[in-house]
Ligand binder design. Structure first.
Ligand code: NHR
Ligand code: GAR
Length: 221
C-alpha cells in the first residue's frame, strides 16, 4: 500500500465510494459521471454486483473502475452472502456504500457494519410501497403522483432516514414501463445530488431525520 494511503493526513478529503448493483446500473453510471464532471471530493473505487451478468459491470470496466462479483447463488445462506459481500466491500475501504438497483435484502449485521454510510434509492415515494413492484402497485392503487426516494439503509427494509425525494405525475395510459422510465429519469438527478451532499459532509441525521446543512431543497418536482 502506498504511504499516502496509510497516512490519514495525506489521504485528504477524497471519499471512497463503493457501488452495489444487480443489473443495468444506470444510477451507478449517473453517479460516476456526475462525480467526474463536477469534481466531487470523491472517487468511485469499485462496483460490486451480486450477479455476474449484471450489465453495469461493463461500464465500470470501461471506465477503469475495479469490479467484483459476489454471486448470492454460490452462498449457502443469506448470512454467508452478507459476510462475503462485506469482505469484498471492505477490501476497498469505502467511506460510503451505495445501493443502486441492488436487489438482495441485507441482514441487520451487514447494515450495522455500514451504519450512517449506506445509501439506497427506492422507486417509490416512501413510506408508500416499500419492497418490490412499486410501479405496478402504485398504478393499482390509483396514485396520481409517484416518485423515488434516496434513504439511509436501516435493518427495516426501505424505512431508513430520507435524504431526498422526487415526484412525477401518473399520466393517462401509463403502464408499468412508462412509469418506471419517468421515475428513473428523476433518480438520475436525485441520487447523484444525495451522494454529492454526503461526500461534501453536508448531511446530518437528527432524530431519524436527514437535514441538508445548507438548507438546500431535498425535493425534486
Ligand atoms: N436491506 C435492508 N436491510 N434495508 C433496506 O432498506 C434495503 C436492503 C436491501 C436492499 C433495496 C430495495 C429497494 O429499494 C434494498 C434496501 C430487494 C428487495 C427484495 O425483496 C426488496 C427491496 C430492495 C431490494 N429482494 C429479494 C430478496 O429475497 C430478491 C429479489 C430479486 O433477486 O429479484 O432478497 O426496494
Ligand atoms: C431503479 O429504478 C431503482 O430505483 C430500482 O431498480 C432500478 C435499477 O435501475 N431499485 C429497486 O427496485 C430496488 N428494489 P439501474 O440498475 O439502471 O440503476
Amino acid at each position: 500500500m502506498p504511504a499516502a494511503r496509510r497516512l490519514g493526513t495525506l489521504r485528504g478529503p477524497m471519499k471512497r465510494i463503493v457501488i452495489l448493483i444487480s443489473g443495468r446500473g444506470s444510477n451507478m453510471q449517473a453517479i460516476v459521471q456526475r462525480c467526474a464532471e463536477q469534481s466531487w471530493p470523491a472517487r468511485v473505487v469499485a462496483v460490486i454486483a451480486n450477479r455476474p451478468e449484471a450489465e453495469g459491470l461493463a461500464f465500470a470496466r470501461e471506465r477503469g473502475i475495479a469490479t467484483a462479483v459476489v454471486d448470492h447463488r454460490a452462498q449457502a445462506s443469506r448470512e454467508a452472502f452478507d459476510a462475503a459481500l462485506a469482505g469484498a466491500i471492505d477490501g476497498f475501504t469505502p467511506d460510503l456504500v451505495v445501493l443502486a438497483g441492488f436487489m438482495r435484502i441485507l441482514g441487520a449485521a451487514f447494515v450495522q457494519r455500514y451504519a450512517g454510510r449506506l445509501l439506497n434509492i427506492h422507486p417509490s415515494l416512501l413510506p408508500a410501497f416499500p419492497g418490490l413492484h412499486t410501479h405496478r402497485r402504485a398504478l393499482a392503487a390509483g396514485c396520481k403522483l409517484v416518485g423515488a426516494t434516496v434513504h439511509f439503509v436501516t435493518a427495516e427494509l426501505d424505512h431508513g432516514p430520507i435524504v431526498m425525494q422526487s415526484a412525477v405525475p401518473v399520466l393517462p395510459g401509463d403502464d408499468e414501463g412508462a412509469l418506471a422510465e419517468r421515475v428513473l429519469a428523476t433518480e438520475h438527478v436525485i441520487y447523484p445530488q444525495a451522494v454529492r451532499w454526503f461526500v461534501q459532509d453536508r448531511l446530518v441525521i437528527e432524530s431519524g431525520l436527514v437535514r441538508q446543512l445548507d438548507g438546500a431543497s431535498q425535493v425534486l418536482m
